[in-house]
Design a protein around this ligand. Structure first.
Ligand SMILES: *[C@@H]1O[C@H](CO)[C@@H](O)[C@H](O)[C@H]1NC(C)=O
Ligand SMILES: *[C@@H]1O[C@H](CO)[C@@H](O)[C@H](O)[C@H]1NC(C)=O
Length: 618
Protein backbone atom coordinates (compact mmCIF):
# COMPACT_ATOMS: atom_id res chain seq x y z
CA UNK A 1 0.00 0.00 0.00
CA UNK A 2 3.04 2.22 0.33
CA UNK A 3 3.11 4.76 -2.47
CA UNK A 4 -0.57 5.42 -2.47
CA UNK A 5 -1.04 9.18 -2.10
CA UNK A 6 -2.75 10.44 0.98
CA UNK A 7 -5.67 11.87 -1.02
CA UNK A 8 -6.21 8.49 -2.68
CA UNK A 9 -6.15 6.87 0.72
CA UNK A 10 -8.79 9.27 1.94
CA UNK A 11 -10.92 8.73 -1.14
CA UNK A 12 -10.68 4.98 -0.70
CA UNK A 13 -11.55 5.28 2.96
CA UNK A 14 -14.50 7.53 2.22
CA UNK A 15 -15.89 5.16 -0.37
CA UNK A 16 -15.60 2.22 2.06
CA UNK A 17 -17.37 4.25 4.74
CA UNK A 18 -20.03 5.30 2.26
CA UNK A 19 -20.49 1.76 1.00
CA UNK A 20 -21.29 0.74 4.54
CA UNK A 21 -23.51 3.76 4.89
CA UNK A 22 -25.78 2.68 2.03
CA UNK A 23 -26.44 -0.68 3.67
CA UNK A 24 -26.89 0.97 7.05
CA UNK A 25 -29.42 3.46 5.70
CA UNK A 26 -31.43 0.79 3.91
CA UNK A 27 -31.35 -1.62 6.86
CA UNK A 28 -32.32 1.11 9.28
CA UNK A 29 -35.22 2.29 7.08
CA UNK A 30 -36.39 -1.33 6.74
CA UNK A 31 -36.38 -1.87 10.48
CA UNK A 32 -37.74 1.47 11.63
CA UNK A 33 -40.87 0.43 13.48
CA UNK A 34 -40.31 1.53 17.07
CA UNK A 35 -38.94 4.53 18.90
CA UNK A 36 -35.63 2.72 19.55
CA UNK A 37 -35.23 1.74 15.91
CA UNK A 38 -35.98 5.32 14.88
CA UNK A 39 -33.04 6.52 16.97
CA UNK A 40 -30.97 3.77 15.32
CA UNK A 41 -32.02 5.14 11.93
CA UNK A 42 -30.77 8.59 12.94
CA UNK A 43 -27.21 7.17 13.18
CA UNK A 44 -26.68 6.56 9.43
CA UNK A 45 -28.81 9.61 8.63
CA UNK A 46 -26.36 11.66 10.69
CA UNK A 47 -23.49 10.16 8.70
CA UNK A 48 -25.35 11.10 5.54
CA UNK A 49 -26.05 14.62 6.83
CA UNK A 50 -22.31 15.11 7.48
CA UNK A 51 -21.67 14.44 3.79
CA UNK A 52 -23.58 17.66 3.15
CA UNK A 53 -27.09 18.94 2.49
CA UNK A 54 -26.73 18.10 -1.20
CA UNK A 55 -25.83 14.44 -0.62
CA UNK A 56 -28.52 14.11 2.05
CA UNK A 57 -31.23 15.57 -0.18
CA UNK A 58 -30.15 13.60 -3.25
CA UNK A 59 -30.08 10.33 -1.32
CA UNK A 60 -33.52 10.78 0.27
CA UNK A 61 -34.93 11.90 -3.08
CA UNK A 62 -33.54 8.70 -4.64
CA UNK A 63 -35.37 6.69 -1.97
CA UNK A 64 -38.59 8.50 -2.87
CA UNK A 65 -38.30 8.22 -6.65
CA UNK A 66 -36.92 4.66 -6.74
CA UNK A 67 -39.63 3.34 -4.45
CA UNK A 68 -42.16 5.34 -6.49
CA UNK A 69 -43.57 6.99 -3.38
CA UNK A 70 -44.87 9.90 -5.45
CA UNK A 71 -44.38 11.53 -8.86
CA UNK A 72 -40.71 12.39 -9.46
CA UNK A 73 -41.32 16.14 -9.38
CA UNK A 74 -43.18 15.82 -6.06
CA UNK A 75 -40.33 13.74 -4.57
CA UNK A 76 -37.73 16.19 -5.82
CA UNK A 77 -39.63 19.28 -4.69
CA UNK A 78 -40.79 18.03 -1.30
CA UNK A 79 -37.42 16.61 -0.32
CA UNK A 80 -35.43 19.34 -2.02
CA UNK A 81 -37.30 21.92 0.07
CA UNK A 82 -37.15 20.23 3.50
CA UNK A 83 -34.13 17.93 3.20
CA UNK A 84 -31.54 20.60 4.12
CA UNK A 85 -33.43 21.55 7.31
CA UNK A 86 -33.68 17.94 8.40
CA UNK A 87 -29.99 17.39 7.62
CA UNK A 88 -29.13 20.47 9.70
CA UNK A 89 -31.27 19.24 12.63
CA UNK A 90 -29.69 15.79 12.59
CA UNK A 91 -26.19 17.26 12.55
CA UNK A 92 -26.96 19.60 15.44
CA UNK A 93 -28.71 17.34 17.96
CA UNK A 94 -27.64 14.29 19.92
CA UNK A 95 -29.34 11.31 18.37
CA UNK A 96 -30.18 9.56 21.62
CA UNK A 97 -31.54 12.59 23.46
CA UNK A 98 -34.99 14.05 24.01
CA UNK A 99 -34.79 16.13 20.87
CA UNK A 100 -34.19 12.88 18.96
CA UNK A 101 -37.45 11.59 20.48
CA UNK A 102 -39.25 14.71 19.36
CA UNK A 103 -37.84 14.44 15.85
CA UNK A 104 -38.78 10.76 15.66
CA UNK A 105 -42.30 11.71 16.75
CA UNK A 106 -42.65 14.61 14.33
CA UNK A 107 -41.09 13.06 11.23
CA UNK A 108 -41.81 9.34 11.62
CA UNK A 109 -44.50 9.09 14.31
CA UNK A 110 -42.32 6.40 15.89
CA UNK A 111 -41.72 7.91 19.36
CA UNK A 112 -44.23 9.17 21.88
CA UNK A 113 -43.72 12.82 22.72
CA UNK A 114 -41.44 12.96 25.78
CA UNK A 115 -42.85 14.15 29.13
CA UNK A 116 -43.39 17.89 29.35
CA UNK A 117 -40.28 19.77 30.49
CA UNK A 118 -41.48 21.71 33.55
CA UNK A 119 -41.48 25.46 33.04
CA UNK A 120 -43.36 28.11 34.98
CA UNK A 121 -44.53 30.92 32.75
CA UNK A 122 -43.68 34.20 34.52
CA UNK A 123 -46.62 36.54 35.14
CA UNK A 124 -46.25 40.23 35.99
CA UNK A 125 -49.07 40.10 38.56
CA UNK A 126 -50.99 37.44 40.45
CA UNK A 127 -54.58 36.84 39.39
CA UNK A 128 -56.91 39.43 40.94
CA UNK A 129 -58.88 38.20 43.95
CA UNK A 130 -61.96 40.07 42.76
CA UNK A 131 -61.86 39.78 39.00
CA UNK A 132 -63.99 42.13 36.96
CA UNK A 133 -67.41 40.74 36.16
CA UNK A 134 -68.48 41.23 32.54
CA UNK A 135 -72.27 41.48 32.58
CA UNK A 136 -74.60 41.49 29.64
CA UNK A 137 -77.25 44.20 29.60
CA UNK A 138 -79.11 42.33 26.90
CA UNK A 139 -78.15 44.62 23.99
CA UNK A 140 -78.54 43.29 20.45
CA UNK A 141 -75.48 41.29 19.38
CA UNK A 142 -73.11 42.46 16.65
CA UNK A 143 -71.74 40.20 13.91
CA UNK A 144 -68.23 39.00 13.19
CA UNK A 145 -67.22 36.75 10.28
CA UNK A 146 -64.61 34.00 10.70
CA UNK A 147 -62.98 32.29 7.73
CA UNK A 148 -59.87 30.15 7.55
CA UNK A 149 -57.60 27.98 5.46
CA UNK A 150 -58.51 29.60 2.16
CA UNK A 151 -55.53 28.04 0.32
CA UNK A 152 -56.17 30.16 -2.74
CA UNK A 153 -54.59 28.58 -5.81
CA UNK A 154 -53.68 31.36 -8.20
CA UNK A 155 -52.45 28.76 -10.68
CA UNK A 156 -55.84 27.02 -10.68
CA UNK A 157 -56.79 26.56 -14.33
CA UNK A 158 -60.38 25.90 -15.39
CA UNK A 159 -60.30 23.04 -17.88
CA UNK A 160 -57.15 21.46 -16.40
CA UNK A 161 -57.63 17.93 -15.12
CA UNK A 162 -59.36 17.60 -11.74
CA UNK A 163 -58.15 13.99 -11.61
CA UNK A 164 -54.37 13.71 -11.52
CA UNK A 165 -51.50 11.77 -9.98
CA UNK A 166 -50.37 14.70 -7.83
CA UNK A 167 -51.57 15.65 -4.38
CA UNK A 168 -53.26 18.75 -5.87
CA UNK A 169 -55.04 18.95 -9.24
CA UNK A 170 -56.75 21.54 -11.48
CA UNK A 171 -53.40 22.92 -12.64
CA UNK A 172 -51.58 22.77 -15.93
CA UNK A 173 -48.70 20.51 -15.00
CA UNK A 174 -45.96 20.15 -17.60
CA UNK A 175 -45.94 16.86 -19.43
CA UNK A 176 -49.70 16.31 -19.29
CA UNK A 177 -50.57 15.27 -22.81
CA UNK A 178 -53.80 13.27 -22.69
CA UNK A 179 -57.10 15.22 -22.66
CA UNK A 180 -58.40 15.81 -19.12
CA UNK A 181 -60.47 12.99 -17.64
CA UNK A 182 -62.51 15.55 -15.71
CA UNK A 183 -61.99 19.18 -16.72
CA UNK A 184 -62.01 21.49 -13.70
CA UNK A 185 -64.94 23.90 -13.50
CA UNK A 186 -64.31 27.60 -12.95
CA UNK A 187 -65.32 27.65 -9.26
CA UNK A 188 -63.57 24.68 -7.69
CA UNK A 189 -63.26 20.95 -7.19
CA UNK A 190 -62.81 18.59 -4.24
CA UNK A 191 -59.33 17.57 -5.50
CA UNK A 192 -58.15 21.14 -5.70
CA UNK A 193 -57.56 24.31 -3.76
CA UNK A 194 -59.68 27.46 -3.89
CA UNK A 195 -59.80 29.34 -7.21
CA UNK A 196 -59.80 33.14 -6.65
CA UNK A 197 -63.38 33.29 -7.97
CA UNK A 198 -64.60 31.03 -5.15
CA UNK A 199 -62.96 33.28 -2.55
CA UNK A 200 -64.63 36.29 -4.18
CA UNK A 201 -68.01 34.59 -4.01
CA UNK A 202 -67.44 33.89 -0.29
CA UNK A 203 -66.65 37.56 0.42
CA UNK A 204 -69.81 38.53 -1.44
CA UNK A 205 -71.78 36.04 0.67
CA UNK A 206 -70.32 37.46 3.90
CA UNK A 207 -71.47 40.94 2.89
CA UNK A 208 -74.91 39.61 1.99
CA UNK A 209 -75.61 37.52 5.12
CA UNK A 210 -73.91 39.87 7.61
CA UNK A 211 -74.16 43.33 6.01
CA UNK A 212 -73.27 45.13 9.24
CA UNK A 213 -70.46 42.82 10.30
CA UNK A 214 -68.07 44.75 12.51
CA UNK A 215 -64.95 42.91 11.38
CA UNK A 216 -63.67 39.52 10.21
CA UNK A 217 -61.12 37.19 11.69
CA UNK A 218 -59.03 35.17 9.28
CA UNK A 219 -57.11 32.38 10.97
CA UNK A 220 -54.50 31.85 8.28
CA UNK A 221 -53.27 29.57 5.51
CA UNK A 222 -53.40 31.71 2.42
CA UNK A 223 -51.19 29.63 0.18
CA UNK A 224 -52.12 26.67 -2.03
CA UNK A 225 -50.95 23.21 -1.13
CA UNK A 226 -48.70 22.47 -4.11
CA UNK A 227 -46.01 22.54 -1.44
CA UNK A 228 -43.42 20.77 -3.58
CA UNK A 229 -43.21 23.67 -6.01
CA UNK A 230 -43.75 26.84 -3.98
CA UNK A 231 -41.00 29.42 -3.60
CA UNK A 232 -40.37 32.53 -1.58
CA UNK A 233 -41.35 34.71 -4.53
CA UNK A 234 -44.62 32.88 -5.37
CA UNK A 235 -45.59 32.86 -1.69
CA UNK A 236 -44.85 36.58 -1.29
CA UNK A 237 -46.91 37.40 -4.38
CA UNK A 238 -49.79 35.21 -3.25
CA UNK A 239 -49.80 36.68 0.27
CA UNK A 240 -49.95 40.18 -1.18
CA UNK A 241 -52.66 39.21 -3.66
CA UNK A 242 -54.87 37.77 -0.92
CA UNK A 243 -54.39 40.78 1.37
CA UNK A 244 -55.52 42.96 -1.55
CA UNK A 245 -58.40 40.64 -2.35
CA UNK A 246 -59.73 40.74 1.24
CA UNK A 247 -59.39 44.52 1.31
CA UNK A 248 -61.18 45.09 -1.97
CA UNK A 249 -64.01 42.62 -1.36
CA UNK A 250 -64.86 43.23 2.29
CA UNK A 251 -66.06 46.54 3.68
CA UNK A 252 -64.91 46.11 7.29
CA UNK A 253 -61.52 45.34 8.86
CA UNK A 254 -59.92 41.91 8.82
CA UNK A 255 -57.80 40.70 11.74
CA UNK A 256 -55.61 37.88 10.36
CA UNK A 257 -53.19 35.38 11.87
CA UNK A 258 -50.12 33.68 10.41
CA UNK A 259 -50.63 30.13 9.10
CA UNK A 260 -48.05 27.38 8.62
CA UNK A 261 -48.57 27.59 4.83
CA UNK A 262 -47.36 31.20 4.80
CA UNK A 263 -43.73 30.01 4.69
CA UNK A 264 -41.56 28.71 1.84
CA UNK A 265 -40.75 25.86 2.34
CA UNK A 266 -44.12 25.19 3.97
CA UNK A 267 -44.01 25.16 7.82
CA UNK A 268 -40.43 26.43 7.75
CA UNK A 269 -40.38 29.08 10.47
CA UNK A 270 -36.80 29.25 11.78
CA UNK A 271 -36.55 30.61 15.34
CA UNK A 272 -35.10 34.10 15.79
CA UNK A 273 -32.08 32.37 17.35
CA UNK A 274 -31.52 30.14 14.30
CA UNK A 275 -28.27 31.25 12.73
CA UNK A 276 -28.69 29.86 9.22
CA UNK A 277 -32.18 31.02 8.18
CA UNK A 278 -34.98 33.40 9.09
CA UNK A 279 -38.64 34.04 8.40
CA UNK A 280 -38.62 37.83 8.67
CA UNK A 281 -39.72 38.23 5.03
CA UNK A 282 -43.08 36.65 5.91
CA UNK A 283 -43.66 39.02 8.83
CA UNK A 284 -42.57 42.03 6.76
CA UNK A 285 -44.92 41.05 3.93
CA UNK A 286 -47.86 40.48 6.24
CA UNK A 287 -47.38 43.47 8.54
CA UNK A 288 -47.28 45.69 5.43
CA UNK A 289 -50.32 43.98 3.90
CA UNK A 290 -52.27 44.20 7.16
CA UNK A 291 -51.40 47.86 7.80
CA UNK A 292 -54.77 48.88 6.32
CA UNK A 293 -56.56 47.16 9.25
CA UNK A 294 -54.14 47.37 12.19
CA UNK A 295 -53.04 50.48 14.07
CA UNK A 296 -49.43 51.69 13.98
CA UNK A 297 -48.47 49.79 17.12
CA UNK A 298 -50.05 46.61 15.75
CA UNK A 299 -48.14 46.86 12.47
CA UNK A 300 -44.87 47.29 14.37
CA UNK A 301 -45.66 44.33 16.63
CA UNK A 302 -46.53 42.11 13.64
CA UNK A 303 -43.16 42.90 12.07
CA UNK A 304 -41.22 42.45 15.33
CA UNK A 305 -43.08 39.57 17.03
CA UNK A 306 -43.29 36.99 14.26
CA UNK A 307 -46.62 38.24 12.91
CA UNK A 308 -48.25 38.51 16.36
CA UNK A 309 -50.07 41.74 17.27
CA UNK A 310 -52.68 43.12 19.59
CA UNK A 311 -55.20 45.95 19.28
CA UNK A 312 -58.43 47.19 20.76
CA UNK A 313 -61.20 47.04 18.16
CA UNK A 314 -62.26 50.69 17.62
CA UNK A 315 -65.50 51.54 19.43
CA UNK A 316 -65.33 48.47 21.70
CA UNK A 317 -63.75 47.19 24.89
CA UNK A 318 -62.48 44.13 23.05
CA UNK A 319 -58.79 43.47 22.49
CA UNK A 320 -57.76 41.13 19.68
CA UNK A 321 -54.53 39.27 20.45
CA UNK A 322 -53.38 37.50 17.29
CA UNK A 323 -50.44 35.17 17.88
CA UNK A 324 -48.20 32.98 15.77
CA UNK A 325 -48.59 29.43 17.09
CA UNK A 326 -46.49 27.89 14.30
CA UNK A 327 -43.55 27.99 16.74
CA UNK A 328 -45.41 25.28 18.70
CA UNK A 329 -46.14 23.20 15.59
CA UNK A 330 -44.56 19.76 15.33
CA UNK A 331 -44.13 19.92 11.56
CA UNK A 332 -42.01 23.07 11.80
CA UNK A 333 -38.71 21.21 11.38
CA UNK A 334 -36.67 24.23 12.48
CA UNK A 335 -37.74 23.53 16.05
CA UNK A 336 -35.47 20.44 16.24
CA UNK A 337 -32.11 22.05 15.63
CA UNK A 338 -30.79 22.13 19.20
CA UNK A 339 -30.77 19.96 22.32
CA UNK A 340 -31.22 23.15 24.28
CA UNK A 341 -34.52 24.41 22.85
CA UNK A 342 -36.00 27.57 24.38
CA UNK A 343 -39.24 27.23 26.38
CA UNK A 344 -40.73 30.22 24.61
CA UNK A 345 -39.50 30.30 21.00
CA UNK A 346 -39.65 33.83 19.56
CA UNK A 347 -41.23 35.11 22.77
CA UNK A 348 -44.79 34.37 21.65
CA UNK A 349 -45.86 33.38 25.17
CA UNK A 350 -44.27 36.47 26.72
CA UNK A 351 -46.00 38.65 24.13
CA UNK A 352 -49.36 37.01 24.87
CA UNK A 353 -48.91 37.48 28.62
CA UNK A 354 -47.99 41.14 28.20
CA UNK A 355 -51.09 41.84 26.11
CA UNK A 356 -53.36 39.92 28.47
CA UNK A 357 -51.98 41.80 31.48
CA UNK A 358 -52.56 45.14 29.74
CA UNK A 359 -56.12 44.06 28.95
CA UNK A 360 -56.74 42.93 32.52
CA UNK A 361 -55.37 46.23 33.87
CA UNK A 362 -57.61 48.18 31.48
CA UNK A 363 -60.71 46.07 32.18
CA UNK A 364 -60.86 44.84 28.57
CA UNK A 365 -61.99 41.49 27.25
CA UNK A 366 -59.70 39.52 24.92
CA UNK A 367 -60.17 37.28 21.92
CA UNK A 368 -57.13 35.13 21.19
CA UNK A 369 -56.75 34.53 17.45
CA UNK A 370 -54.25 32.08 15.94
CA UNK A 371 -53.86 29.52 13.19
CA UNK A 372 -52.93 26.23 14.86
CA UNK A 373 -55.05 25.18 17.84
CA UNK A 374 -52.49 24.25 20.50
CA UNK A 375 -54.21 21.09 21.75
CA UNK A 376 -54.12 18.69 18.82
CA UNK A 377 -51.75 15.88 18.00
CA UNK A 378 -49.58 18.18 15.88
CA UNK A 379 -48.93 20.67 18.69
CA UNK A 380 -45.83 20.33 20.85
CA UNK A 381 -46.78 19.24 24.37
CA UNK A 382 -44.29 21.58 26.05
CA UNK A 383 -45.51 24.85 24.55
CA UNK A 384 -49.13 23.71 24.76
CA UNK A 385 -48.67 23.14 28.49
CA UNK A 386 -47.08 26.58 28.95
CA UNK A 387 -49.84 28.21 26.91
CA UNK A 388 -52.40 26.48 29.11
CA UNK A 389 -50.84 28.17 32.14
CA UNK A 390 -51.51 31.49 30.40
CA UNK A 391 -55.13 30.51 29.73
CA UNK A 392 -55.64 29.53 33.38
CA UNK A 393 -54.13 32.76 34.67
CA UNK A 394 -56.18 35.04 32.38
CA UNK A 395 -59.35 32.94 32.06
CA UNK A 396 -61.47 35.85 33.28
CA UNK A 397 -60.12 38.19 30.61
CA UNK A 398 -60.22 35.77 27.67
CA UNK A 399 -63.78 35.66 26.32
CA UNK A 400 -62.99 33.18 23.54
CA UNK A 401 -60.24 31.76 21.32
CA UNK A 402 -60.36 31.31 17.56
CA UNK A 403 -58.34 28.92 15.41
CA UNK A 404 -58.22 27.23 12.00
CA UNK A 405 -55.67 24.72 10.61
CA UNK A 406 -57.76 21.62 11.21
CA UNK A 407 -59.92 22.21 8.10
CA UNK A 408 -62.77 20.68 10.07
CA UNK A 409 -65.48 22.53 11.97
CA UNK A 410 -64.42 21.72 15.52
CA UNK A 411 -63.87 23.15 18.97
CA UNK A 412 -61.57 22.50 21.94
CA UNK A 413 -62.03 23.06 25.67
CA UNK A 414 -59.62 23.97 28.46
CA UNK A 415 -60.23 22.89 32.06
CA UNK A 416 -59.02 24.10 35.43
CA UNK A 417 -58.48 20.42 36.28
CA UNK A 418 -57.78 18.03 33.43
CA UNK A 419 -58.38 15.06 35.72
CA UNK A 420 -61.93 16.29 36.23
CA UNK A 421 -63.23 17.54 32.93
CA UNK A 422 -66.67 18.79 33.88
CA UNK A 423 -68.88 21.69 32.81
CA UNK A 424 -67.99 23.48 36.08
CA UNK A 425 -64.24 23.10 35.40
CA UNK A 426 -64.39 24.17 31.75
CA UNK A 427 -62.63 27.55 31.72
CA UNK A 428 -61.99 28.41 28.09
CA UNK A 429 -63.14 27.49 24.63
CA UNK A 430 -61.43 27.52 21.24
CA UNK A 431 -63.59 27.81 18.11
CA UNK A 432 -61.90 25.91 15.28
CA UNK A 433 -63.12 27.16 11.91
CA UNK A 434 -63.94 24.98 8.91
CA UNK A 435 -61.79 25.51 5.80
CA UNK A 436 -62.69 27.43 2.68
CA UNK A 437 -60.69 25.07 0.44
CA UNK A 438 -62.91 22.36 -1.09
CA UNK A 439 -60.05 19.92 -0.59
CA UNK A 440 -61.48 19.14 2.86
CA UNK A 441 -65.21 19.26 2.16
CA UNK A 442 -67.65 21.97 1.17
CA UNK A 443 -66.24 25.50 1.59
CA UNK A 444 -67.55 27.30 4.68
CA UNK A 445 -67.35 30.39 6.88
CA UNK A 446 -68.87 31.32 10.22
CA UNK A 447 -70.82 34.32 11.43
CA UNK A 448 -70.80 34.91 15.20
CA UNK A 449 -73.41 36.86 17.16
CA UNK A 450 -71.41 38.69 19.81
CA UNK A 451 -72.74 40.22 23.03
CA UNK A 452 -71.48 43.85 23.01
CA UNK A 453 -70.99 43.91 26.80
CA UNK A 454 -69.27 40.59 27.43
CA UNK A 455 -67.88 39.82 23.95
CA UNK A 456 -69.09 36.26 24.48
CA UNK A 457 -70.53 34.31 21.56
CA UNK A 458 -74.32 34.01 21.56
CA UNK A 459 -74.57 31.99 18.35
CA UNK A 460 -72.39 30.79 15.49
CA UNK A 461 -73.94 30.23 12.08
CA UNK A 462 -72.06 28.24 9.45
CA UNK A 463 -72.61 29.06 5.79
CA UNK A 464 -71.52 26.73 3.04
CA UNK A 465 -71.79 26.17 -0.69
CA UNK A 466 -72.25 22.65 -2.03
CA UNK A 467 -69.96 21.78 -4.94
CA UNK A 468 -72.35 19.03 -5.96
CA UNK A 469 -75.18 21.50 -6.69
CA UNK A 470 -75.76 21.84 -10.45
CA UNK A 471 -75.41 25.65 -10.45
CA UNK A 472 -72.15 25.70 -8.47
CA UNK A 473 -69.83 26.23 -11.42
CA UNK A 474 -71.93 29.17 -12.62
CA UNK A 475 -72.64 30.87 -9.27
CA UNK A 476 -71.76 29.24 -5.94
CA UNK A 477 -74.90 29.30 -3.81
CA UNK A 478 -73.87 30.10 -0.21
CA UNK A 479 -76.55 29.35 2.33
CA UNK A 480 -77.07 28.77 6.02
CA UNK A 481 -75.91 25.26 6.93
CA UNK A 482 -76.68 25.28 10.64
CA UNK A 483 -76.87 27.49 13.71
CA UNK A 484 -74.91 26.15 16.68
CA UNK A 485 -77.58 27.26 19.14
CA UNK A 486 -80.38 25.67 17.13
CA UNK A 487 -78.46 22.45 16.41
CA UNK A 488 -76.88 21.81 19.83
CA UNK A 489 -79.06 23.83 22.24
CA UNK A 490 -81.53 20.94 22.62
CA UNK A 491 -78.66 18.78 24.00
CA UNK A 492 -78.18 21.20 26.91
CA UNK A 493 -81.05 21.17 29.38
CA UNK A 494 -82.10 24.47 30.91
CA UNK A 495 -80.26 26.62 28.34
CA UNK A 496 -81.64 30.17 28.52
CA UNK A 497 -81.75 32.52 25.53
CA UNK A 498 -79.42 34.86 27.43
CA UNK A 499 -76.76 32.15 28.05
CA UNK A 500 -73.66 32.44 25.86
CA UNK A 501 -72.22 29.47 23.96
CA UNK A 502 -69.23 29.33 26.30
CA UNK A 503 -67.05 26.56 27.74
CA UNK A 504 -69.78 25.12 30.02
CA UNK A 505 -72.24 24.97 27.13
CA UNK A 506 -69.78 23.13 24.90
CA UNK A 507 -68.79 20.70 27.61
CA UNK A 508 -72.48 19.82 28.01
CA UNK A 509 -72.71 19.39 24.23
CA UNK A 510 -69.91 16.78 24.42
CA UNK A 511 -71.94 15.00 27.13
CA UNK A 512 -74.90 15.14 24.75
CA UNK A 513 -72.70 13.49 22.08
CA UNK A 514 -71.89 10.68 24.53
CA UNK A 515 -75.60 10.03 25.16
CA UNK A 516 -76.96 10.63 21.69
CA UNK A 517 -75.22 9.13 18.64
CA UNK A 518 -77.60 10.88 16.25
CA UNK A 519 -76.35 14.20 17.58
CA UNK A 520 -72.72 13.07 17.40
CA UNK A 521 -73.16 11.82 13.81
CA UNK A 522 -74.74 15.14 12.88
CA UNK A 523 -71.72 16.97 14.31
CA UNK A 524 -69.41 14.56 12.49
CA UNK A 525 -71.16 15.33 9.19
CA UNK A 526 -70.97 19.06 9.94
CA UNK A 527 -67.19 18.75 10.43
CA UNK A 528 -66.65 18.63 6.66
CA UNK A 529 -69.93 20.31 5.73
CA UNK A 530 -71.62 17.21 4.36
CA UNK A 531 -68.96 16.30 1.76
CA UNK A 532 -65.99 13.92 2.20
CA UNK A 533 -67.56 12.79 5.49
CA UNK A 534 -65.31 10.36 7.43
CA UNK A 535 -67.10 7.48 9.15
CA UNK A 536 -66.50 7.54 12.93
CA UNK A 537 -67.14 4.31 14.84
CA UNK A 538 -67.47 3.89 18.63
CA UNK A 539 -63.73 3.96 19.26
CA UNK A 540 -63.25 6.99 16.99
CA UNK A 541 -66.15 8.69 18.77
CA UNK A 542 -64.47 8.16 22.13
CA UNK A 543 -61.17 9.58 20.91
CA UNK A 544 -62.91 12.48 19.17
CA UNK A 545 -64.84 13.52 22.29
CA UNK A 546 -61.67 13.22 24.37
CA UNK A 547 -59.94 15.52 21.88
CA UNK A 548 -62.75 18.08 22.01
CA UNK A 549 -61.99 18.21 25.75
CA UNK A 550 -58.29 18.88 25.25
CA UNK A 551 -57.05 22.35 24.44
CA UNK A 552 -53.89 21.16 26.24
CA UNK A 553 -52.07 18.72 23.94
CA UNK A 554 -50.77 16.31 26.58
CA UNK A 555 -54.42 15.52 27.39
CA UNK A 556 -55.61 14.65 23.90
CA UNK A 557 -56.19 10.99 23.08
CA UNK A 558 -54.13 10.72 19.90
CA UNK A 559 -51.08 8.55 20.46
CA UNK A 560 -48.11 8.63 18.15
CA UNK A 561 -47.89 5.23 16.59
CA UNK A 562 -46.24 3.82 13.47
CA UNK A 563 -48.17 4.93 10.45
CA UNK A 564 -50.20 7.50 12.34
CA UNK A 565 -48.23 10.29 10.76
CA UNK A 566 -49.52 8.98 7.43
CA UNK A 567 -52.90 10.41 8.33
CA UNK A 568 -52.14 13.09 10.81
CA UNK A 569 -53.73 16.50 10.83
CA UNK A 570 -56.20 16.72 8.05
CA UNK A 571 -58.71 14.10 6.95
CA UNK A 572 -57.25 11.08 5.21
CA UNK A 573 -58.96 12.11 2.01
CA UNK A 574 -56.62 15.07 1.94
CA UNK A 575 -53.88 13.84 -0.37
CA UNK A 576 -51.74 16.91 0.04
CA UNK A 577 -50.07 15.42 3.07
CA UNK A 578 -48.59 12.88 0.65
CA UNK A 579 -46.13 15.58 -0.37
CA UNK A 580 -44.73 15.96 3.15
CA UNK A 581 -41.14 14.89 3.75
CA UNK A 582 -42.11 13.02 6.93
CA UNK A 583 -44.95 11.17 5.21
CA UNK A 584 -42.68 10.20 2.31
CA UNK A 585 -39.98 8.91 4.66
CA UNK A 586 -42.56 6.99 6.66
CA UNK A 587 -43.88 5.45 3.48
CA UNK A 588 -40.34 4.39 2.61
CA UNK A 589 -40.05 2.51 5.91
CA UNK A 590 -43.35 0.75 5.21
CA UNK A 591 -42.46 -0.18 1.60
CA UNK A 592 -38.98 -1.41 2.52
CA UNK A 593 -40.27 -3.60 5.34
CA UNK A 594 -42.39 -5.55 2.84
CA UNK A 595 -40.77 -8.57 1.28
CA UNK A 596 -42.08 -8.96 -2.24
CA UNK A 597 -40.28 -9.43 -5.57
CA UNK A 598 -41.15 -5.92 -6.75
CA UNK A 599 -39.60 -4.38 -3.63
CA UNK A 600 -36.49 -6.56 -4.05
CA UNK A 601 -35.98 -5.19 -7.56
CA UNK A 602 -36.53 -1.61 -6.36
CA UNK A 603 -34.11 -2.25 -3.52
CA UNK A 604 -31.32 -3.33 -5.87
CA UNK A 605 -31.95 -0.25 -7.98
CA UNK A 606 -31.95 1.98 -4.89
CA UNK A 607 -28.61 0.57 -3.67
CA UNK A 608 -27.05 1.28 -7.04
CA UNK A 609 -28.32 4.85 -7.07
CA UNK A 610 -27.23 5.55 -3.50
CA UNK A 611 -23.74 4.27 -4.25
CA UNK A 612 -23.57 6.63 -7.21
CA UNK A 613 -24.78 9.56 -5.13
CA UNK A 614 -22.48 8.91 -2.18
CA UNK A 615 -19.58 8.26 -4.52
CA UNK A 616 -20.11 11.85 -5.72
CA UNK A 617 -20.29 13.19 -2.23
CA UNK A 618 -16.67 13.30 -1.13
C1 LIG B 1 -45.85 4.44 -9.53
O1 LIG B 1 -47.04 4.69 -8.78
C2 LIG B 1 -48.11 5.12 -9.58
C3 LIG B 1 -49.24 5.52 -8.65
O2 LIG B 1 -49.34 4.67 -7.57
C4 LIG B 1 -48.49 4.01 -10.55
O3 LIG B 1 -49.57 4.44 -11.35
C5 LIG B 1 -47.27 3.68 -11.41
O4 LIG B 1 -47.58 2.61 -12.25
C6 LIG B 1 -46.08 3.35 -10.55
N1 LIG B 1 -44.91 3.22 -11.40
C7 LIG B 1 -44.02 2.25 -11.25
C8 LIG B 1 -42.85 2.28 -12.19
O5 LIG B 1 -44.13 1.36 -10.43
C1 LIG C 1 -80.65 13.22 19.73
O1 LIG C 1 -80.17 14.26 18.90
C2 LIG C 1 -81.00 14.51 17.78
C3 LIG C 1 -80.26 15.49 16.89
O2 LIG C 1 -79.87 16.63 17.64
C4 LIG C 1 -82.36 14.99 18.24
O3 LIG C 1 -83.20 15.24 17.12
C5 LIG C 1 -82.98 13.95 19.15
O4 LIG C 1 -84.18 14.44 19.68
C6 LIG C 1 -82.03 13.58 20.28
N1 LIG C 1 -82.56 12.43 21.02
C7 LIG C 1 -82.69 12.45 22.35
C8 LIG C 1 -83.23 11.19 22.96
O5 LIG C 1 -82.39 13.41 23.03
Amino acid sequence: MRGLALTSWLLLLASVVNAGLVDDIIDALKNAATCGSCHTLLVPLKGLAYLGDGAFTKAITAVCTTLNLSDDDVCEGAIGQHGPTLAYDIREISIWGKMGDKLCDAVFGLCQPPAVIPYKVPFPKAAPTNPKVFKSTGKAPFQVAHFSDVHVDRRYTPGADAICSKPLCCRNYPGQTSPPAQPAGPNGDYNCDTPPSLADSMFEAIRRVAPGNKFSIFTGDVIDAAIWEISKSTVTEDLEAFNNQMASRLNSPVYPAIGNHEAAPVNAFPRDTTAVANAQWIFDTQSAGWARWLNTAGVKQAAETSGSYSLVVPGTNLRIVSINTVYWYKQNYWLYDTDDAPADPNGILAFTVKQLQEAEDAGQRVWLVAHMPPGRQDALNDQSNYFDQVIQRYKNTIAAQFYGHDHRDQFALAYSDYNKRTAENAVSMGWIAPAVTPRSGNPAFKIYDVDPDTYEIMDARVYTTDLKEPGFQTTPNWKLYYSARAAYGPLVSGLKASDPLGPAFWHKVTEGFERNSTAFDMWNTFQSRGAKVQACDAECKKTTICNLRALRAENNCDDSKPGLQLKRGEPESDRVRDADLGILLSKATVVLSQKNPETEAQLADLKKKLHEILGDAE
